[in-house]
Design a protein. Sequence first.
Length: 137
Amino acid sequence: MSEGMAVVGLGRVGLPFSVAFASRGLRVVGVDRDPKLLELLRRGLPPFREEGLEELLAKVLSEGRFTVTGEIREAVEGAETVVITVGTPLGQDLVPDLTPLYQVVEGLSRSPTSTWPTARRGSWREGPWRSSGPSRR
């Protein structure tokens, strides 16, 4: 096995992403706060239908390349890369709720082995995100 990766959030984006990278040889530790989801995944049962996912999940679990946990600290130990795939649901005002993202960043910043740059909530720029491409003014 090569380098390790932690994936925070094992929903419709994070789970297929994790399984795909694990199937390519990386050691991936997925983290989610839902204990029922974690139990399903440990048994090789994805919570949604996606062609080929169940078979590939079973394969990477049996090969030990993909594991799941409810603890961010456990997930990031030995990880060279951390990918955050938590939901940011839209509010009634159609503005994304970034609270789940803030919670993950805060959890990462408390990790004793954390060497990733993190930001405090007050330093995050609120509002629309712009690409680095040409301005559309």
